[in-house]
Design a protein around this ligand. Structure first.
Ligand code: GRF
Length: 216
């Protein structure tokens, strides 16, 4: 079976993209990163991708009269690079229903909370204000409603006394960097499959405690 051909959409730092690129350097990883696309010319992640020899594409949303035209250009660029699966990784444009439909069930996102808690922005501030003791991150298929969609995988992260939004964000980010490659691997191996609007995880993808096996 061929590898899943992944395109990654970023807008900034791109540390999750970097984690996916690094994971995909392992010949045994079942997905390859065909291109990294940014809507911003100054996205730091573009430098990382270029240094690793990954094709990069800039589709500057400001150069398009409408979101629809911008997204058509994004899709064309992804298709030009042979992409058949899209990972949003800190992509700061809300994608339209038309784009989601075009990439239906081939478009995933990572969000820094345990969805369905804390959708949207300022997740860590809100988690701290609520005093929750566990938060984390979620990889999910993208649906028209923001931060909603079938959950592929989640990692729980403890909230510690004295945490600030920054310290919590950084602990969660470390978990994100393990979770995103793991989620892509499960999908590419056919071990995370959609059954309606729920993702089924293959029994052999988890240990006896129900934890996902992670090679990363
Ligand atoms: C991550 O926290 C991710 O969960 C959220 O945006 C942030 C992107 O960070 N969607 P990076 O660009 O991957 O470093």
């Amino acid at each position: 079976m061929g590898k899943l051909k992944v395109g990654i959409l970023i807008s900034g730092r791109g540390s999750n993209m970097a984690a996916l690129v690094e994971a995909a350097r392992d010949p045994a990883f079942p997905a390859e990163v065909c291109c990294v696309l940014s809507n911003r010319p100054d996205a730091k992640g573009l430098d990382f991708a270029r240094e690793r020899g990954i094709p990069t594409v800039l589709v500057d949303h400001k150069a398009y009269a409408s979101k629809a035209e911008f997204e058509v250009a994004v899709t064309e660029a992804l298709m030009d690079h042979g992409v058949d699966f899209v990972c949003l990784a800190g992509f700061m444009r809300i994608v339209s229903p038309a784009f989601i439909e075009r990439w239906h069930n081939r478009l995933i996102n990572i969000h820094p909370s345990l969805l369905p808690s804390y959708k949207g922005l300022h997740t860590h501030e809100r988690a701290l204000a609520d005093g929750v003791k566990l938060t984390g991150c979620t990889v999910h298929f993208v649906r028209a409603e923001m931060d909603v969609g079938p959950i592929v995988a989640q990692a729980a992260v403890p909230v510690l006394t004295g945490d600030t939004p920054d310290s919590l964000a950084s602990r969660i980010l470390t978990a994100e960097h393990r979770l995103y490659p793991l989620a892509v691997r499960l999908i590419a191996e056919g071990k995370a499959t959609l059954k309606g609007e729920v993702v089924d995880i293959a029994p052999d993808a988890v240990d006896e405690t129900g934890r996902l096996f992670s090679a990363i």
